[in-house]
Design a protein around this ligand. Structure first.
Ligand SMILES: NC(=O)c1ccc[n+]([C@@H]2O[C@H](COP(=O)([O-])OP(=O)(O)OC[C@H]3O[C@@H](n4cnc5c(N)ncnc54)[C@H](O)[C@@H]3O)[C@@H](O)[C@H]2O)c1
Length: 433
């Protein structure tokens, strides 16, 4: 029986391996129509999901209702699955090279339970070629089965945008692909069930892999252009945001803004493409430069804080700094690859007293990842410098009077990284990218 029919009749289950930002919404959406096994190696996460609580704060409790799903860390339950979706992290290592260890581990687990007729689909972001060159041989070796003949493989990249309630899983077109025509058809059919906006059927797995990686690499390059512009305009005392507003009045200008590029995707995925390109003997200079420019922004911010303080005769030693926001972007809890943490670490090297406040981030996670103790409320003391690093909704509500009350001096400095407040009503020493 074709895999779609088998799943539709609930004679086999979909297993989702990795229930994080990508895997959990996907598993719950599929579970509206199919039998789903949500598997994760993190037992604490599983316990929380069994209580209908998503620790990432992305999925509301009501989405756990009326779905056919079990959450487990017991891999033996994967035996009941026929369609395995892998959504585990694909980070980089200390040398900025792809770290595929978690992906390999997930493939090893799947391979143990793989049966003839089963499907494996990768949702984790990888470089073009990775699914067929890395995952297939591993699956074949451990399962003893042959890809294409005994089991099928595919790739369907995730486009989820944490914190974004508009572009959700089911209302954004999804790319699917398979190792042969039958696989491509069947995988598209399975995904079609949950994606209201439609499916783009890529002609090969490599096309689907490359499409995902260029989506994020393109954003990285475009943001790098604006970061480079901001660094140049800073020397001229020209407001970058106003320049972008002005340029945007042209019909074909692309509106990107300068900023810190952290997180798990835009700051990471380009390294996967860079790695593959180099393996092929091609030096992707533009992508490498974009990464370098974006990685430089945290230092650029710190350099400007020091410059402003020196210029305005504010003593650097034991200055009090308040940092608002540490997550990698606004209105999410995710602190992975936070560039704000890099700013904090550099400020501490200069003996600044730094308080960090973030109403969204998990304090324990921040402590474990960055050795930073978040403060529970603001202000804890009066400050010389306030850095609005991440524009969470909570910070948008701050009035100019409230912001001014955070300072212990008249000529306090406001570092408004993304230029959210502007310096109109504030009468402070103001700087933004
Ligand atoms: N977060 C995003 O916005 C986003 C968007 C598109 C694509 N992606 C890609 O999707 C993939 C997953 O990212 P994420 O943000 O959901 O990660 P995440 O860290 O939020 O979740 C991954 C989960 O996988 C689990 N895990 C690790 N190894 C496992 C294994 N062997 N078996 C089962 N579970 C395992 C972890 O415990 C964790 O709960 C990555 O490749 C990422 O690049 C992420």
């Amino acid at each position: 029986m074709a895999i779609y029919n088998k799943l539709a009749k609930k004679q086999g289950a979909i297993a989702v391996l990795g229930l994080g930002y990508v895997g959990l919404p996907l598993a719950l959406e599929f579970a509206k129509y199919f039998k789903v096994i949500g598997f994760d190696i993190d037992s604490n996460l599983i316990a929380s999901l069994q209580n209908k609580v998503d620790p990432a704060g992305e999925v509301e409790p009501q989405r756990f209702e009326n779905v056919d799903i079990i959450f487990t860390d017991d891999e033996e339950l994967l035996d009941q699955a026929s369609f395995y979706i892998i959504a585990v992290p694909t980070p980089i290592d200390d040398n900025y090279l792809p770290d595929l260890n978690l992906l390999y581990k997930a493939c090893q687990i799947v391979a143990k339970y793989l049966k003839p007729g089963d499907y494996v689909v990768l949702e984790a972001t990888v470089y073009p070629g990775c699914t067929e060159e890395e995952c297939v041989p591993l699956l074949e070796r451990i399962s003893g089965l042959k890809c294409g003949k005994d089991f099928k493989i595919g790739f369907s990249p995730e486009r989820i945008n944490p914190g974004d309630k508009k572009h959700t899983l089911s209302n954004v077109v999804k790319i699917t692909s398979g190792c042969d025509q039958e696989a491509a058809e069947q995988i598209a059919k399975v995904y079609q069930t949950i994606i209201k906006q439609g499916i783009f059927r890529a002609s090969s797995i490599k096309v689907a892999e490359a499409a995902k990686i260029i989506e994020n690499t393109q954003r990285d390059v475009n943001i790098a252009i604006m970061n480079e512009l901001a660094m140049i305009l800073n020397e001229m005392n020209v407001d970058t945001n106003e320049v972008i507003r002005a340029a945007s009045t042209k019909w074909n200008f692309l509106k990107f803004y300068p900023g810190l590029v952290g997180g798990h995707c835009i700051g990471v995925d380009p390294y996967y493409l860079i790695y593959k390109a180099r393996k092929l003997g091609y030096e992707p200079e533009l992508f490498i430069t974009a990464r370098k420019v974006n990685e430089r922004v945290a230092d650029f911010v710190v350099d400007n804080i020091l410059r402003l303080m020196a210029k305005n005769r504010i003593n650097i030693i034991d200055a009090n700094v308040l940092v608002l926001g540490i997550t990698y972007k606004e209105n999410v809890r995710d602190i992975r690859n936070s560039k704000v943490a890099k700013i904090v670490s550099r400020l501490k090297q200069y003996n600044f007293n730094v308080d960090v406040f973030d109403p969204k981030a998990d304090a324990e996670e921040v402590r474990n990842s960055y050795q930073i103790d978040l403060i529970g409320q603001i202000p804890q003391k009066r400050y010389d410098v306030v850095i609005l690093a991440v524009v969470h909704d909570e910070f948008k509500k701050l009035s100019p009077a409230q912001i001014k009350s955070f300072y212990r001096r008249d000529n306090g400095i406001l570092i408004d990284i993304k230029g959210y407040f502007g310096n109109k009503d504030l009468d402070l020493l103001y700087w933004s990218l």
